[in-house]
Design a protein around this ligand. Structure first.
Ligand code: URP
Ligand code: ZN
Ligand code: ZN
Length: 468
């Protein structure tokens, strides 16, 4: 792999910005400074007028996931290629054991699929059931296999939902091992109650989805998990925060000094619950994900938490389906596969909504799209930084370039986009992934298998580095 000199851009990190060149030598950043000489044979990228950012770290994707009787549309190759086209160079996906299946077996299956990834990836483990064997296998996962974060569910009753006593035992096991518990927080018992009620009333369409998952159910479960984590004395990572009260609960816990890291999605900052109201099934079903899109007033609370530090990361929960796949729930909203895409649009959408609109600084953008996730999941400074010696993962973003986001032009393997028609100001024109020039102004050069598995270290007893 040759050298690449990124010249004349404004280099932005979570701490500040400066005019500098970045020299990538092989897979690493070799120098950052003004007027760097171009080594013989080095490729030069002109970043004049552009921002040079750490490559995005998307801490929440679901590629190749079998779920709800189907398999998500993006596999590890198409999903990571799409990520690269949008400036994201690291993803963290979830290995998910079937009920009763050994976590190590699930990990082997996911690692088999992920060998085709085009950018680097790590894996969290979904705690899809709980028992003595699961608890035992967490040790080799954390100590030998580089899987140091575990996602618990308080929702999806009858599938992945765990009762409080299992959450307590699981969080405590994470603490013993120096692993980070994550939580999908919605009250699954109340969701089931509301689902039954709505079905009995004859509600069959997508509108039943948000009606059965109101914001209070997310806030309750979020606070419950924060409380469990506080008592067990373990940090907590809350995925896909969509409800304002849930964001405020996290912000309050952080102000008290509790180590809680909250993730939201750019989608939740822009799209509201009205998407479920219209007569177009494909459009409404295309937005069915859990938690659902919320009434517009929640967005201001999420923005406040993002700007003030109550929320720390942005992921996508990238979980793509085609329109045809979503039609499995044409007559029954409970059968609409849950999930939306976005790994390709996260960086441009957040830049447009956040930076171009003046809500957040480029530095905060970097914190929210790479640095904080890299810190929370123990990948920093290899990922999420532009330090000498870090992986040569970077995105060159032209703040004046506009692009219309659309399913017709995206690389995600679906015919639907929740961002359809949005014209963003600020576009990723180059992406380097561990020193490879994978996105060159519209030319996607993703290579199957070029991505490496990121084996992560346990945090140790004091969880240094879990900052966000
Ligand atoms: O609807 C969603 N979010 N599907 C993906 C699985 C999950 O809950 O994260
Ligand atoms: Zn979830
Ligand atoms: Zn998810």
């Amino acid at each position: 792999m040759g050298d690449i000199l990124v010249r004349g851009g404004t280099v932005v990190t979570a701490e500040g910005r400066r005019r500098a060149d970045v020299l990538c030598s092989g897979e690493r950043i070799a120098a950052v400074g003004e007027g760097l000489p171009r080594p013989a044979g080095a490729e030069a990228i002109d970043a004049g007028g552009c921002f040079v950012l750490p490559g995005g770290v998307d801490p929440h994707t679901h590629l190749q996931l079998p779920t709800m009787g189907t398999v998500v549309a993006d596999d590890f190759l198409s999903g990571t290629a799409a990520a690269a086209a949008g400036g994201t160079t690291t993803i963290l996906d979830f290995a998910g054991p079937d009920r009763g299946e050994a976590p190590l077996e699930a990990l082997a299956r996911w690692q088999g699929w992920a060998t085709r990834a085009a950018v680097d990836y790590g894996l969290h483990m979904t705690v899809s059931w709980w028992g003595e064997r699961f608890a035992r296998e967490m040790e080799p996962l954390v100590r030998e296999r580089g899987v140091t974060s575990f996602k618990f569910f308080t929702a999806y009753k009858g599938r992945m939902m765990l009762p409080d006593e299992d959450l307590i035992a699981g969080f405590a096991r994470c603490r013993e091992l120096g692993a980070l518990p994550q939580v999908h927080a919605e009250n699954g018992d109340l969701i089931e109650y509301l689902q039954r009620k709505l079905v009995a009333e004859g509600v069959t369409g997508p509108r039943g989805h948000p009606l059965s998952r109101p914001p209070a159910l997310e806030s309750e479960a979020t606070l419950r998990c924060i409380t469990i984590a506080e008592v067990v004395d373990v940090p907590l990572y809350v995925v896909h925060v969509s409800a304002g009260d849930a964001a405020q609960a996290i912000a309050r816990a952080r102000r008290r000094g509790q180590r809680v890291v909250g993730e939201t999605l750019p989608n939740f900052l822009f799209i509201d619950a009205s998407v479920y109201d219209g007569p177009d099934f494909d459009f409404a079903a295309g937005h069915v994900m859990s938690p659902p899109y919320r009434p517009r007033e929640h967005q201001a609370v999420l923005w406040q938490a993002l700007t003030e530090g109550g929320l720390s990361t942005t992921g996508t929960d990238h979980c793509c389906f085609t329109r045809e796949q979503k039609r499995a729930g044409q007559d029954d909203f409970l059968r609409i596969p849950n999930g939306c895409g976005g790994v390709e649009q996260r960086m441009e959408a957040l830049w447009h909504l956040g930076v171009s609109s003046g809500r957040i600084t480029p530095e905060r953008f970097v914190a929210l799209t790479s640095t904080n996730a890299a810190r929370a999941f123990h990948l920093w400074p290899r990922k999420g930084s532009l330090q000498v010696g870090a992986d040569a993962d970077l995105a060159v973003l032209d703040p004046e370039r506009t692009r219309v986001l659309s399913a017709r032009t995206q690389h995600q393997r679906t015919d639907f986009s929740v961002w359809e028609g949005l014209e963003v100001r600020g576009a990723v024109v180059h992406t380097l992934a561990r020193g490879r020039h994978v996105w060159k102004d519209g030319d996607l050069r993703a290579e199957p298998g070029a991505g490496q598995f990121l084996a992560r270290q346990p945090f140790g007893p004091v969880y240094q580095g879990v900052l966000g």
